[in-house]
Design a protein around this ligand. Sequence first.
Ligand code: MN
Ligand code: MN
Length: 282
Amino acid sequence: MMIPYSPTDPVENALCVLGIPLDHNSSFKRGAAQAPDRIRQCYASDSSNLWTETGIDLGQLDCLHDAGNVEWASRETAFSAVTSKAKTLLAQNNRLISLGGDHSVTYPIVRAVAKVHPNLNILHLDAHPDLYDNLDNNPHSHASPFARIMEQGYARRLVQAGIRTMNSHQRKQAERFKVEVHEMKDGLEGLSALRFDGPVYLSIDLDCLDPAFAPGVSHHEPGGMTTRQVLDLLHTLDGKIIGGDIVEYNPDRDFISVTGMVAAKFLKEMIGRVYADRQANS
Ligand code: MN
Ligand code: MN
């Protein structure tokens, strides 16, 4: 484990990392359920160290807490288990970063986050808009979480970047929900002007990256972001990041953990950013 592991202890004022080993809402390939534990292994790998690029030694960060993996009895109860665990952690004044799992997990997480942060903004990095009303008769598909979130009013603003699979249905959905979509074809220059008032939840689908940078995902969509562009965004975003998730990593397609190390790098820098933003406001 990356950090002192005590899932049964009540923790307060901590920065919690929570694993969600769920991939049954994935439309094309399973495998993302193995992601949380593989990302932890990569995080702790001696091939790197525990310092963020911004100068924080995560190995010395007392408030960092591994909350373990969410468990559930059946597919039908998985989302309520995720929301319940997230609510418990957030009620104790913790910040929460989740490791998916397929992207469907963002809905049950945000449903808990929005209760604590009512004016929530979401920044969503992905090759896909994930706005399907449903996919393959599954309204909780990994291609639908942001339709559910916006229908329920859990985010006052949704900004998407990295998008390169827009279709007519999802374009209609984006208009309906007033989503601010930054498509890859238009370049990433627009992102530098982004400003957020209020809390920001950052959802990183690893397929936002070009498959050259992150081949260990289920959907290889060429023409994506570089690892550096995501890191720069994490470091320089104008807003207060209060938590987020890293999803769609598929260890089954990641033979030497190249993509796992990318996920672990994003986790380190996200922890550093959430920690710094919290310090700046306390
Ligand atoms: Mn996604
Ligand atoms: Mn995606």
